[in-house]
Ligand binder design. Structure first.
Ligand SMILES: Nc1ncnc2c1ncn2[C@@H]1O[C@H](COP(=O)(O)OP(=O)(O)OP(=O)(O)O)[C@@H](O)[C@H]1O
Ligand SMILES: [Mg+2]
Length: 269
């Protein structure tokens, strides 16, 4: 979705934001991500605020609704959702602004901070009163028969560790963009991070050595990890076949390598 400037929103939408923030002095469009038509850092009379939004009739509005529903359960490492409004044909979410930069997964300093944030997130149990998709539902259809149940668990998972979904600021990593909160086995998130570390140039063995810093990885049944790796490799293969954008083809390659690495590891143990 092409990103629009805050000033291009309908008057009613901008007024609804002003009611929340007070007078807006400046708006800067953010880089990173594609799904939010609006992503802007606002300077307002009550301080800075980050606003993301999409038209209310866009099918992606479901992911905004998921983000709103899960917001009060997120750990301190995630910027606070301050308010949300629907006005002028837009759904808009106002977040605590983080004046940071995107994570660099080639940097061991950044990765150390991201792992700290992930370990903190792993303490959170998926809430019962939010209608979350389960890992079995999301990835089961790509798994071999009878293996989907190996993905079950009650951890709250982020699942999208693209580096532009992590902001580094003041010696901390902040996890943003909760479009796909999921209930499942805790080791799924370190797996997802490992795949993105490979995207940044690491080998499967290097990526797994980072994932191993998360306690849930050690508790995982190697058979379950292998089954999940096979399912995600299948998923990425289908994504790349449908649209062979270079990054999708590359992700399919990383997922296949990680699958092979984990299957060999499972076999060896
Ligand atoms: N709280 C925040 N403070 C400052 N900047 C932020 C904040 N949240 C997000 N951003 C910036 O806005 C960008 C887009 O935000 P976000 O990833 O939440 O939305 P998105 O467009 O839905 O992304 P995607 O396409 O990955 O789903 C981020 O990559 C980041 O640069
Ligand atoms: Mg994003």
């Amino acid at each position: 979705m092409p990103r629009v400037a805050f000033d291009e929103l309908p008057v009613a939408a901008r007024q609804a934001v002003t009611l929340q923030t007070g007078l807006i002095n400046a708006a800067h469009t953010a880089g990173g991500g594609i799904n939010s038509a609006l992503a802007a850092l606002l300077e307002t009379e009550t301080g800075p605020v980050f606003v993301k939004g999409i038209p209310a009739d866009n099918p992606q509005v479901a992911s905004q609704k998921r983000e709103i529903a899960i917001s009060s359960y997120l750990p301190a490492t995630c910027p606070r959702l301050l308010w949300h409004v629907e006005a002028g044909g837009w759904v808009l979410l106002g977040y605590e602004a983080v004046n940071g930069r995107h994570a660099d997964y080639t940097s061991t300093d950044d990765l150390t901070l991201v792992l700290d944030a992930l370990v903190e997130l792993q303490e959170v149990t998926a809430p019962d009163d939010v209608d979350l998709k389960t890992a079995e539902e999301r990835w089961g259809m790509y798994a071999e028969k009878g293996q989907a149940e190996l993905f079950a668990g009650d951890a709250l998972l982020h699942t999208d560790f693209a580096p532009d979904n992590v902001l580094i600021h003041d010696g901390r990593a902040r996890l943003i963009d909760w479009a796909w909160p999921t209930r499942g086995a805790a080791w799924i998130d370190p797996y997802m991070l490992a795949l993105r570390i490979m995207e940044a140039g690491a080998t499967a063995a290097e990526a797994v050595s980072w994932a191993q810093r998360v306690p849930s990885w050690h508790e995982a049944d190697p058979k379950a990890l292998g089954a999940f790796a096979a399912a995600t490799a299948q998923l990425w293969q289908e994504i790349a076949a449908e649209n062979p954008a270079p990054w999708k083809v590359a992700m399919a390659g990383h997922a296949a390598q990680l699958r092979t690495f984990l299957l060999v590891t499972a076999w060896a143990s």
